[in-house]
Design a protein around this ligand. Structure first.
Ligand SMILES: Nc1ncnc2c1ncn2[C@@H]1O[C@H](COP(=O)(O)OP(=O)(O)OP(=O)(O)O)[C@@H](O)[C@H]1O
Length: 349
């Protein structure tokens, strides 16, 4: 079982190298370069191998929505396949709720996939000859759960994803967005504890995509699941994530909250991503506030978790720092209007 102290997912010095003799080549490259990952990866590339995931380490907390973001070819899918052990890692350690899955037996992996791990991919992978109800109930059938019980549970998640009433439809009768909802329902039916979603909304048009993102956040609020979500879209990452890992050329180059990514990009590459998004919509007051002291402006105060745009409207008239309060009304910090303006300032280069 999961507990709050154990990361839901933990990976250390994870490598996935494609090409002949990948394992031996990696060991020899790391030995030759004193474990310098960049130099080892350069040597592997020079030999024609592909280091698709390079020395990646991070933890995902229980219940966290962790987004992996990067351009096409940066290694996102490969990384998530390593985390879920759809691929055997070339080197490194992967633990799910503390359990080493790199060395788990085949039987244990099957059990984990049935009971603990859920997966959704860009292409829905529905059974065309089965109704929505049977598609969604399928994982429970594989688990040997009786018909009445599995159909009742399937109806519950079909309702949750907004497809109530379409239980007897077949995939060919559904739109792309509806099919993706069926895929989401099917992966949720088993009450998974760790949920991997690889670009689930990328094939959908922008309007449906935004709608599904909103619904996804609503569904997420009702679940207790740890989520790893892959996207190449920075706006999607900022909208959904508790924390984002940004990948480039197989490496994770920054991990941070949406506020940290837009306000403190680690290098020009991340800054370039952040430039295209409205900082005020994604960064939160918590990232700009300071400890409360001295005189605070009268009038409406700010709430923890508020976006900078919302805070700006409330701060505009204030000539003094404004209090930030938590849900119970206690002052948790203060915002100086000048800091807010400076955080929102878009740098010119
Ligand atoms: N089975 C494989 N054999 C050889 N190379 C592979 C294999 N799978 C992926 N790669 C290579 O690994 C690198 C990372 O690919 P990956 O699919 O993980 O990237 P991605 O960020 O998920 O891209 P996309 O958003 O386009 O899916 C790419 O250079 C890709 O060509």
């Amino acid at each position: 079982m999961s507990d709050a102290a154990t990361p839901a997912i933990s990976c250390r010095h994870l490598w996935q190298v494609f090409g002949p003799n990948a394992k031996a080549e990696l060991v020899s490259a790391l030995a030759a370069h004193g474990r310098d990952g960049n130099a080892a990866a350069a040597e592997l590339r020079a030999k024609g191998l592909i280091p698709a995931v390079q020395d990646v380490s991070f933890d995902v907390r229980p219940g966290e929505l962790f987004v992996i973001m990067g351009l096409s070819g940066s290694g996102k899918s490969t990384l998530v396949r390593c985390l879920s052990r759809l691929l055997d890692v070339t080197a490194g350690d992967v633990r799910i709720q503390g359990e080493d899955i790199a060395t788990a037996s085949k039987a244990r992996l099957i059990e984990l996939r049935r009971k603990k791990l859920g997966m959704v991919f860009q292409h829905f992978g529905l059974f065309p000859h089965m109704s929505v109800l049977d598609n969604v109930a399928y994982p429970l059938r594989v688990q040997g759960i009786g018909r009445a019980q599995r159909q009742a549970k399937a109806r519950e998640v079909i309702e949750l994803v907004g497809l109530g009433g379409r239980e007897s439809a077949f995939p060919r009768n559904l739109s792309g967005g509806q099919r993706q909802r069926v895929g989401i329902a099917r992966s949720l039916v088993g009450d998974c504890e760790v949920w991997f979603l690889d670009e689930p909304f990328s094939a959908l048009d922008p309007l449906i995509r935004r709608q599904l993102q909103d619904e996804f956040l609503q569904i997420r609020a009702k679940l207790n699941t740890t989520i790893v979500f892959i996207t190449h879209d920075i706006a999607e990452a900022l909208k959904l994530a508790d924390r984002i890992a940004i990948m480039r050329d197989g490496k994770v180059i920054q991990i941070g909250t949406p506020s940290q990514i837009v306000l403190n990009p680690v290098d020009d590459y991340v800054r370039e991503f952040a430039r295209d998004v409205a900082k005020g919509r994604h960064a939160r007051v918590d990232s700009v506030m300071k400890p409360a002291h001295g005189t605070l402006a009268e009038g409406p105060s700010l709430r923890e978790g508020m976006t900078l745009d919302a805070a700006l409207a409330a701060c505009v008239a204030a000539q003094a720092p404004v209090a930030v309060r938590d849900g119970a009304g206690a002052v948790v910090g203060q915002i100086d209007p000048a800091d807010l303006v400076s955080a929102l300032h878009v740098e010119e280069t």
